[in-house]
Ligand binder design. Structure first.
Ligand code: FAD
Length: 322
């Protein structure tokens, strides 16, 4: 419905994979648009909100961004300071969100803010009075993706801005589970791009008496890549099937995000190494993937935070605090 193709989770994952084979920034754009903004409108929005936003967003005529992180609250977003206050005609928002993908190109910002102490989602048109987006410059990573700060100073929105179907951290966390599912596949795209480049380079580059692909140490790196790519593919294949059966748990997504992005980062570095000095130039892509993956390792829950999520699932003891 709502102008969307109705494809399966596995299809969505494979689309993320192929977009990230090109660049993690392009996949980030897609993750935000679909998993972080369209999904919550579909899951928690009113019928009017769905009719207004989903067909336009599905067609790419309207762009969304997702404002959860704040300057002082990254891994612990529940501490957020952004506040919503009820007024006669709607709500007034005050606060700052940072590191927001698509921030300055968005038509609508899904801003998570506390209303009477509880987290709620607000669909804020970016033309609203009191709303401003400022781009963050100088990134070494995800240079193809816009990242911004959102500043809301007495930002006025109507009654219809509130997402009625959810309150508490379940709202933003359920969106993140959707996006992380796509990232698990996306990381494989980056791995494949780096592996393909390293393999073809190694087959052509002659040092000493033969192509470097003929040396055992280089083969060891290529075989590790094939091995980790295959394992990551099997993990995501299983995740997709579990999601299609309605049985997927967030902890399983954490396990796969943690694993696949970790190995994508390792593979990008090994590919860069195989390319020697050429690997540090932008004539080749592995250096770009390597730097992009630093952001992917940190956003949507850092590697270590996912370790703690899985650790809690395994032991029953949360290790986030204290
Ligand atoms: P911190 O939370 O300060 O963490 C710093 C380090 O401390 C990390 O290594 C972390 O693992 C570690 N750490 C923190 N707590 C613990 C603990 N309890 N135990 C052990 N170690 C701990 N956010 C959005 O809301 N929307 C977006 O669209 C968005 N896009 C982004 C795009 C980019 C390019 C980047 C880089 C970030 C983006 N983010 C976005 C923000 C991202 O989600 C946060 O950067 C991430 O959650 C980590 O928060 P932080 O950077 O404040 O790091």
């Amino acid at each position: 419905g709502y102008g969307c193709p109705g494809s399966s989770p596995t299809t969505y994952g494979l689309i993320c994979q192929e977009l990230e084979r090109g660049d993690s920034g392009i996949r980030s754009f897609c993750s935000v648009q679909s998993s972080l903004v369209m999904y919550p409108i579909w899951a928690f929005g009113s019928e009017e909100q769905k009719q207004k936003y989903l067909p336009e967003m599905a067609a790419g005529r309207m762009i969304g961004c997702f404002g959860l992180t704040e300057p002082d609250f990254g891994s612990n977003p529940s501490g957020m300071l952004t506040k919503a206050t009820k007024t006669a005609n709607g709500y007034v928002l005050n606060g700052t969100k940072r590191w927001i993908t698509n921030g300055s190109i968005a038509d609508v910002a899904l801003v998570w803010a506390k209303l009477d102490g509880r987290v709620h989602g607000f669909l804020v048109p970016t033309t609203s009075k009191g709303f401003e987006a400022r781009d963050i410059h100088g990134k070494w990573s995800l240079r193809a993706s816009v990242t911004s700060e959102l500043i809301m100073e007495d930002c006025e929105v109507g009654e219809d801005a509130l997402l009625p179907g959810v309150s508490g951290m379940r709202g933003p966390l359920s969106c993140l589970t959707q996006a992380r599912f796509g990232i698990c596949y996306g990381a494989i795209g980056a791995m494949l791009a780096c592996y393909d480049e390293a393999l073809s380079y190694a087959q052509e580059r002659v040092q000493f008496s033969k192509p470097i692909a003929g040396y055992q140490l280089v083969q060891n790196k290529l075989v590790s890549m094939v091995s980790e790519i295959t394992k990551a593919q099997l993990l995501t294949f299983r995740l997709g099937r579990l999601k299609e059966a309605g049985k997927l748990k967030p902890q399983q997504v954490s396990l796969a995000k943690r694993n696949n992005v970790y190995w994508a980062r390792e593979i990008a570095r090994d590919a860069r190494d195989i390319l020697g000095a050429n690997g540090v130039t932008d004539d080749y892509q592995c250096g770009r993937h390597m730097l992009n993956l630093e952001s992917v390792y940190t956003y949507e829950g850092t590697h270590d935070i996912h370790t703690l999520v899985v650790g809690q699932d395994v032991t029953g003891i949360p290790a986030f605090d204290g």
